[in-house]
Structure formats: structure tokens, C-alpha cells
Design a protein around this ligand. Structure first.
Ligand SMILES: Cc1ncc(COP(=O)(O)O)c(C=O)c1O
Length: 383
């Protein structure tokens, strides 16, 4: 018997939601947040805090780091200790701070494209140089271009690899062997790995996301309960760093950027999530991957020219629209204008994304069914 009802979603219209404050006829399936109700214990933790009549500065509660330790040990078999963690207000803020203080202007950073578009801002805004290691896309599948990665890593100016693990938008789970190979290449050429693992909990039931820290003690990983527990608006994250010298530098960086002080609510929400969230995440993953299965079958039956990438992670689907010989941006814009279905165009994710779109399926099955109908309506006019 399931404990949580993911069919029952929140009405987020007119709530200042980035995702849902759109036109009445629009069905937003773009930005990466979920429509499901949060874990009741998270709500209770926030309610308890809100009932205190003063919302002043706070210290990071001791249990904050131990809740991460517990979750990562149980769920990811990753042994990360409390003194190997740095509080940070967001994953992107953390990446920015590491880039700003640990790299030098002009240094090169490798990204595996197509990738989460904000990575490009982190590189550009910190005066760094972007080097694209595009995935090889062959027969509808993605593989890592290791040779290309090594050629980039060899360059003197290249100092870091910003990894998205698991990968947004292609939904790839990296295997231990792939991660070990990436780590080896980077180690050989002195390239520092920063691994964004924010989507690491959302995996197909039976699968597991492997942290970069399992294959490299020199890397850093950025994690957060925000995607998993639908609490991105609370802004809390953590940097995992085993090397104590590196940790000191990161703590200084985060302090200098004023992003190391906790929000009044978020540490308590985090503790509740990681303490009570096991069953919720199990059922959530089942629900999400059922949504995916529904779409997969629908496409096979009614829209066979749209190719869905078979991914095992994230609630983001990556759909190849190349059959229609239309730019991803035009496809997504017209889809929105003509049917109200609002998805992300693939172009924004950089090299290799032009003939794709990304669909966020962290919503009710009813919305998924409606989205499929709208997509079919749109595509039927293209044929
Ligand atoms: C890969 C990835 N990293 C980071 C973020 C944002 O994290 P934060 O809100 O903690 O900065 C997102 C949000 O979509 C994401 O997909």
C-alpha cells in the first residue's frame, strides 16, 4: 500500500511560482521543480519554526550535517562525514563561489554538453573559458567522448571539469566505470572535478546514482534536498569535500561570498527530509518512472517520430525532435503558442541540444495525459 498520493497535486497558479504563474490555458512542464505536495514532516518542521515569533539569524543546527550523513550512507552508500561538508545556500551559488575563489580568470572549464544551461553562466560570469566535451549521440543513445575529454584535459589552460551527475538534461546515470575513467583522465592532467549531484536521488527504481566521491577523493560534490523534496525555494545545499585543505579554502570562499549562512527555515526542512523521507522518495521515483512509461508508450503508439531518450535518472525527459526538421526553439515556442504546453527548448543546453526538447514530468499522471494530447495535436499539424 502506498503512503503518499502523488495524483493529488498542489494548485500553484497565482502563488508567485516561476513555473506556474503563466497563462490560464498553459500547462508548464519546463523549469525543474515538482508539483507534488511535500513530505508532511517538512511542512510540520516549517510550521513549527514559523510559530516562533522571531525570524532572526541562526546557527547551522548540528543535526543538519548528520542528516546528510545518514541519508548519503543509507541511500547512496557514501561514507561522508560531518566535517567533510560545507553549508551553502544553493548549488549554483556554491559552483560560482568555487569557481571564483579556487580558479583564476582565464582558466578553462570542461562541460559535457548538452548540459544544464546555468553552467555556462557560472563559467562566463567568473571570467573562465568554456570547453565543450559534447556527448556522442549515436542511434538514439548517448556515450561519453573520452578521447575528446582527454584532448581537452591535456590543454594547459584547462583546470576543471564541471560534471552534472546524474546528467541534466539527458538524464544519464554515469556508471562507476565511466566515473573512474573520467576521474583518471582528470587526475592525470591535474583537472579538478566539481560534480553537481543535485538530481542524484531521482532514479529509476532499482538503479543507483554513483557519487564522484566514490571514485575520487580529490573531487567535490554539490548536493541538496531541493529537487528531491520539492523545496528549491528554501535554498539550502551542501558541498561535500573530503580533502581538508580544499575544504578550508571552500569554507573561506563561501564565507567571503556570504552564502554560508542558513536561512531560518531550510536547515530544519532539510533535517526532516533526510530523516523521514525514505519512503516518500521510493514512491516518488515509482510515480515519476510510471509517468515516463506512460509517455513512452503513448509516443510509440501515436507519435513514433518523436524519439525519447531512454534515461534512468531525473524527472526530466529528453526528446529528439529531429524528424520534424525544426529548430528546438521554434518547436517549443510553437508548441506553447498553439497548445499551451510549455516545455524547455533544447537549444539553451548548448552544443548538441538544437533538435531536442526537455519535458519536466514531476507532475500528476492527469497532467501527463493532457500533455500527451497537446503534443499529439501539435504534431498532427506538422505531418
Ligand atoms: C543540475 C542542476 N544544478 C543546480 C540547479 C539549481 O540548484 P540551486 O537552486 O540549488 O542553485 C538545477 C536546477 O534546475 C539543476 O538542474
Amino acid at each position: 500500500m502506498n503512503k503518499y498520493n502523488f495524483d493529488e497535486i498542489n494548485n500553484r497558479r497565482n502563488t508567485n511560482s516561476v513555473k506556474w504563474d503563466v497563462k490560464d490555458n498553459e500547462l508548464p512542464m519546463w523549469v525543474a521543480d515538482m508539483d507534488f505536495k511535500v513530505l508532511p514532516e517538512i511542512k510540520a518542521a516549517i510550521k513549527k519554526r514559523s510559530e516562533l515569533d522571531s525570524y532572526g539569524y541562526i546557527d547551522i543546527p548540528k543535526d543538519y550535517f548528520s542528516s546528510y550523513r545518514y541519508w548519503y550512507k543509507n541511500r547512496h552508500s557514501l561514507d561522508i562525514k560531518e566535517d567533510e561538508m560545507v553549508y551553502v545556500s544553493g548549488v549554483v551559488a556554491g559552483i560560482d563561489s568555487v569557481f571564483k575563489h579556487l580558479l583564476h580568470k582565464g582558466d578553462g572549464v570542461i562541460v559535457m554538453t548538452p548540459v544544464y544551461h546555468i553552467f555556462y553562466n557560472c563559467i562566463k560570469n567568473n571570467g573562465l573559458k568554456q570547453f565543450d566535451n559534447e556527448f556522442i549521440y549515436r542511434n538514439g543513445k548517448y556515450v561519453i567522448d573520452f578521447e575528446g575529454l582527454e584532448n581537452l584535459a591535456k590543454k594547459d589552460e584547462v583546470k576543471a571539469l564541471l560534471l552534472c551527475n546524474p546528467h541534466n538534461p539527458i538524464g544519464k546515470l554515469f556508471s562507476s566505470e565511466e566515473l573512474a575513467k573520467i576521474a583518471k583522465i582528470c587526475e592525470n592532467y591535474g583537472v579538478f572535478i566539481i560534480s553537481d549531484e543535485i538530481h542524484g536521488d531521482i532514479v529509476k527504481p532499482g538503479k543507483e546514482n554513483v557519487s564522484i566521491l566514490k571514485v575520487s577523493d580529490k573531487a567535490v560534490a554539490l548536493v541538496s534536498p531541493s529537487k528531491t523534496f520539492n523545496m528549491a525555494g528554501l535554498q539550502a545545499a551542501c558541498i561535500f569535500v573530503k580533502d581538508q585543505k580544499l575544504k578550508e579554502k571552500i569554507e573561506t570562499a563561501v564565507g567571503q561570498d556570504d552564502i554560508g549562512e542558513p536561512n531560518y527555515f531550510s536547515p530544519f526542512a532539510t533535517i526532516a527530509a533526510y530523516t523521514y523521507g525514505e519512503k516518500y522518495v521510493n514512491e516518488l521515483n515509482e510515480y515519476i518512472f510510471n509517468n515516463k512509461k506512460y509517455i513512452q508508450e503513448y509516443l510509440k503508439k501515436y507519435l513514433p517520430h518523436l524519439h525519447l531518450i531512454n534515461n534512468d535518472a531525473t524527472y526530466l525527459l529528453w526528446l529528439d525532435i529531429s524528424y520534424y526538421k525544426m529548430d528546438g526553439k521554434e518547436f517549443a515556442n510553437r508548441l506553447r503558442e498553439e497548445t499551451g504546453l510549455y516545455v524547455s527548448n533544447g537549444n539553451q543546453f548548448g552544443k548538441g541540444g538544437d533538435s531536442f526538447m526537455r519535458i519536466n514530468i514531476a507532475t500528476s499522471l492527469a497532467n501527463i495525459k493532457e500533455a500527451c494530447k497537446r503534443l499529439q495535436l501539435f504534431v498532427s499539424k506538422l505531418n
